[in-house]
Design a protein around this ligand. Structure first.
Ligand code: PLP
Ligand code: COI
Length: 364
């Protein structure tokens, strides 16, 4: 399949989109992932036909056969990216080509067909253009959720012959509900997220299903997120349930766990590495153990830690808790380095700063 295949999207626009006053009420305080726009985009795939039946239509429940493969064997992948409102009344996406490529890599790992990058981008653009009124002002954004699932009606265990790719959009504010200046994390020693050779580097629903019990344990211990350690030695910090992690040291340098197949190659992570290097900040992609984290927080060698991802943006980590007790990082709130990197990233994402790496994709 060519990388630049183009499909004609049929347009069935909503006859009765939500009235502006009701939409405005929803956009006042949307939270994360509960407010959805009027439309959705979809493309079908069948092994005999390839990609076909591309369309935009009113967002609605999708009819599914109870024997659809995804409901049994979880052959499903997804992406997450944000559209921002610009000062000139337009809209932009941040590095959507990277999401398209990661979607292709996730598809390969899950034995699914590879969606051409151009179709992924066209689908996202079309939804943002159509539902532009749903992009919140201020600090909010329109979170796009492209996803694809196995739709063959068959209970045999094999890659499906039939798939549905969809993009939905949700008007969002901050991911974390807390008003605290930093989040708290729970170190899971009971559960792991991904083993070597597994699906840790793919963005597939199954990874998140497997993380829920650990996340529930984190919540029970009063923490906002779970931190996973490596599955082999139960020693090396990997990532959070839905974010990558960075550490900031007393010499101003940064470190983040290396990509080795068991963590998600975050686009925010890679952008922050580039921005830090632009500023002359040293960044190491190296393993960091939970024991070293605790020891360095105690001596003050570790000054800050933060989580990063599309949903979380850059969020300081203030407290680390686990079965051996808890420790605080720095003053337990936001640190200067974290704030500096966040400002650099958000400045580019929101069009307030120059875009030297060409990361901004103008939708209209
Ligand atoms: N790690 C996990 C498990 C995630 O779910 C996410 C969110 O997408 C990330 C890391 C960060 O990835 P990105 O920065 O591409 O959003
Ligand atoms: C994202 O940041 O896009 C994610 O998928 C993470 C999830 C916790 C919402």
């Amino acid at each position: 399949m060519s990388k630049t295949q183009s499909l004609q999207f049929a347009r069935h626009l909503h006859p009765t989109p939500l009235p502006a006053d009701q939409r405005a009420a929803l956009l006042k305080n949307p939270g994360f992932g509960r407010v959805f726009t009027d439309h959705m985009v979809s493309v079908r795939y069948h092994e005999s036909k390839g990609w076909h039946d591309a369309k935009i239509e009113p967002r609605a429940p999708i009819p599914m056969d109870p024997a659809a493969a995804v409901l049994h064997y979880a052959q499903e992948i997804f992406e997450g990216l944000k559209a921002y409102r610009t000062a000139d009344g337009g809209a932009t996406l941040f590095r959507p080509e990277e999401n398209a490529r990661r979607f292709q890599q996730s598809a390969e790992r899950l034995a699914m067909p590879v969606l051409p990058e151009s179709v992924f981008l066209e689908a996202c653009d079309l939804l943002v253009k159509t539902d532009r009124a749903w992009i919140p002002d201020g600090d909010g954004s329109l979170y796009l959720r492209p996803f694809m699932f196995a739709n063959e009606v068959f209970l045999g265990v094999k890659p499906s012959s039939d798939y549905l790719f969809l993009v939905i959009a949700s008007s969002v504010g901050a991911y974390f509900k807390t008003d605290a200046p930093a989040v708290s994390v729970w170190v899971s020693t009971e559960y792991t997220r991904a083993a070597p050779g597994g699906t840790g580097a793919a963005k597939c629903g199954g990874n998140y299903a497997a993380s829920l019990l650990a996340q529930a344990e984190a919540t029970r211990h009063g923490c906002d997120q779970v931190v996973f350690l490596d599955a082999v030695e139960q020693r090396w910090v990997e990532e959070l349930g839905g974010m990558n992690v960075f550490f900031v040291f007393d010499d101003g340098s940064l470190s983040t766990p290396p990509l080795g197949g068991t963590i998600l190659p975050g686009i925010t992570r890679s952008s922050l590495i580039t921005l830090a290097k632009d500023k002359g900040i040293k960044v190491r992609e190296e393993r960091y153990s939970i024991d070293q984290w605790r020891a360095d927080a105690g001596t003050g060698r570790l000054r800050e830690a933060f989580a990063c991802g599309t949903a979380a943006v850059v969020t300081p980590i203030g407290t680390v808790r686990g079965k051996d007790g808890e420790f605080r990082i720095g003053n337990g709130g936001a640190g200067l380095r974290t704030e500096e990197l966040k400002a650099a990233l958000v400045g580019i994402q929101r069009g307030r700063a120059a875009d030297p790496h060409g990361w901004i994709h103008k939708v209209f």
